[in-house]
Design a protein around this ligand. Sequence first.
Ligand code: NOJ
Length: 542
Amino acid sequence: MEKKWWHKSVVYEIYPRSFYDSNNDGIGDINGIIEKLDYLKLLGIDVIWLGPVYKSPNDDNGYDISDYCDIMDEFGTMEDMDNLLREANSRGIKIVMDLVVNHTSDEHPWFIEAKKSKDNKYRDYYVWRDPIDGKEPNEMGSLFSGSAWQYDEASGQYYMHIFSKKQPDLNWENIEVRKAVWDIVNFWCEKGVGGFRMDVIDLIGKVPDKMITGNGPKLHEYLKEMNKNSFGKYDLLTVGETWGATPEIAKLYSNPEEKELSMVFQFEHIGLDEQPGKEKWDLKPLELKELKRVFSKWQSSLEGKGWNSLFWNNHDLPRIVSRWGNDKEYRVESAKMLATLLHGLKGTPYIYQGEELGMTNVHFNSIDEYDDIETLNMYKDRIAKGYSHEEIMKSIYAKGRDNARTPMQWDDSENGGFTSGKPWLAVNKNYKEINAKAAVEDENSIFHHYRKLVDIRKNSETIIYGEYRELDAENPDVFAYIRELDGDKVVVICNFTDKIATFKEDSMEIGDSKVLLSNYKDIVELKNTMSLRPYEAIMYRM
Ligand code: NOJ
């Protein structure tokens, strides 16, 4: 496979609203990001995935766009954005934009026009259907609770919205829509962005009348066409958000011969702590063996035929240290273990803001303290269905999106140094202990562990390109694997539990070995049978 610059990259996701507030209005902004670029440079990342900064009424915090070629007032101006691109590029950091084109805001001029009349030029930019027997055209549900159809009094038709009713779905069957999207992509390409993260891109091939949303029949045709007419002319990183991807589907997207995307986010591991066939809120404990099976499957299936993205976190997911680590007595050890496990794999790693500090989930006492539309809609829906408040809060504490969205904790001053105004969402109370300033000053911090992982990757072709093989596969407590390239070997061994665990792999031939990184101070020699301390994680080179 041809080598690409983004094979070697580590990406850092910024959720702009919560990153850093430079003008003290309580909302993060673009100038705030510019002020913190040196922090990111120190961490060593070379790409930023920038959450949506476009004009938006913020029904879904920027994922409802009303102008794709302008900047949200709270975040700054286009001049600020140009500065950010320049300042980031001068530090060797590329900016990947969030491209949200499955839907727009209902305040986008296209939708405002579309609503005016059935024969308006923009009507067909969206998905409209007549009522059937006075009701919704079909049973399709919104991912934010309730029906995916919203009645429009004026025209007597329904429009489709997979997300909130303020996020009407674009009709990709319409070539004018597709051309308009290419124009937007080209506009940003010409500004010198490093690529695009494509929001719920697997929904664009939807067939509403058959209730098909993900993986529709024309999805790959549309992507090939978009690649050819826009970003494919540049050397960019493109990553699709694809909840419905299997390894076979991921190869269609990310095999370079297909000329679609660089890689996709697949979510198979993310669903392992929910009850099969139910919603993300219906919890079940994670079994490590399942996680190992899923990661190993993805590592092997894409070998030579596609490219993985590697992530634990993003702005929609709970904090990994609270989820699958231990955010109490082993917060530091378990956060480092999870980082080591992920960053030793093959693919492009993504770090979500605050993950490098071991930021944790948040527990607000009242539902009124939450902001996220998905959480609030689910709360109402489940109360109406008879769930108890306590039961619902338990799910929100475990899975709510605001866990990831509390402001970044910069120091131990008020509001964690995020703002001196009133933050749009309360800061997690643990900011006095968990914050960037303390982490940068402490050479044993989670931050420096991440920094070393990024550095090790940059300097190791074996980690970037080596083949993956699982070790001690049946072990229910330990996740271990070996990466190998031209005889150079890297071994990663992680205890996923808060107890002593034993690693045992007789088939591994051990020559000279050296510890590249560990989350305990004293060094343990690599052996075929090893006892591991709680959450111990070691990376060796053989
Ligand atoms: C996925 C985004 O990550 C999420 O935050 C958003 O709510 C939906 N897509 C809708 O755009």
